[in-house]
Ligand binder design. Sequence first.
Ligand code: MSP
Length: 513
Amino acid sequence: MAKNFYITTPIYYPSGKPHMGHAYSSIIADIFARFKRMEGYNVMFLTGTDEHGQKIQKEAEKNNKDPKLFCDELSETFRSLTKILKLTNNDFIRTTETRHNKSVKEIWKRLVKSGDIYLDKYSGWYSVSDEAYYDDDEIEEKEGKKISKISGSLVEWVEEESYFFKLSAFQKKLLDHYNKNQEFILPKSRRNEVIKFVEKGLKDLSISRTSFSWGITVPENKKHVIYVWLDALTNYLSAINFPNIDDEKYKLFWPADIHIIGKDILRFHAIYWPAFLLAANLPLPKKVFGHGWILSDDKKMSKSLGNILDPIEIIRDYGIDQLRYYLIKEVSLGNDGSISMENLKNCINNDLANNYGNLCQRVFAFIKKNCDNKIPKKVDLKESDILLIQNLKNSIPKLIGFINKQNLNEYIRIVVNFSFEANKYFNDSEPWAFKNKDRNRMNAILHTIVEHIKNISILLYPIIPISTKKVLNTIHISDKDILIENIKKDNFLNCKTELKSLDILFKKIENDN
Ligand code: MSP
């Protein structure tokens, strides 16, 4: 059976610098991409920037820049963030690229062909910052201003000629799809929200604008630019060479296995996108996972509140693995989660420095001092040694299950627990006590603990790739061998060659006071 896996992040508006929310979506997707590769899948992992629409046009005007040049600069900061976050994306798509333009036009043509587009006039509320239309009952007034109840963003009244997509005609088909595919929208709470919304009835959707020009023009009517969400969602197809559906990439990777998104853009991905695809006669993605928000001081990050957390600063001060670990361990994936520097420091000190880091360091130091810096051969294992390794091996199907259900929190909890157990095993087995009286026993303990470190490192690799690679390299496991199947193999350790040296993995963070 083909083992292909296609995962995407949202494509980000390059209207300002990237913040922690963007980093969060990308890190989550990267963890799944890395894990799937470790399982032997051929993974396509896509991210990029969403560059058309009124929001970007306005932002460019504010900065006195041509929108394309404005996007060129800011898109670059998102591209460089992929490097800083150590993402393993295979592609970075920009919606201003020709390949994307072609793909959006083809989608448009398919919608015209299926008879799902008509010309009319839109009058209603629009939020430029969300690039979203809102109904009257979704609007409230605050301090004399009209805002969306859903996002809190300012809305304005819009009246203009517009093409409409017959979304109303897709209510039943969508509900059937949700019903037949229980995991199409996850987590469950989000699925229920979407179903409730669709059950209330869907209105046709305005899918073109005429009051500005920054976008992809409607093929048959140059006055109109295509609604930025129809444009943006299509990126998931453009990157795999749609409209060429005979192309190898398209055949391998469509339908996508999972779109990772924030809960704020669920409606677009779980209602509009599948409806567009149904109309275009294309298969639907298998899953849309909406994660919660990262809160700063218990509030959503925003420029006006001045509580924006800059991932680049945090990474500079604490390190990328530290941030990745913290976000996954401490924020419950489906829910909103506050992050604080205090918790980040505790997490680095307790879990990374004192637990996993310390385990590796003390075991390798002991081997260096007492075993000519080579992993001792496996000899005369006791039941407790075998059990330690076996417990972890037995948990692999369960761990794969957690990943497939996007339950990263449970995954990491179990893996970190192995690391705590490993420290306890090392302390309780006291290899130092056998140095002079029973070398065989000492060797058995050391071989066991290194094997366990290898396995824990492989399992932690998707989350903390930089430090686990260092550890695995120390014991001569190369990048291409960081695979789940190498946890299952016996006698995988190289006991002939001296260990490479290992620098401090995680510096402990001192408290400021
Ligand atoms: N361009 C659209 C997405 C188009 S996808 C076809 C967009 N861009 S965005 O730049 O505003 O942000 C996209 C995503 O960033 C959100 O869906 C979410 O995944 C992430 N986050 C932005 N702020 C966030 C938090 N405060 N917390 C967590 N993630 C959030 O929407």
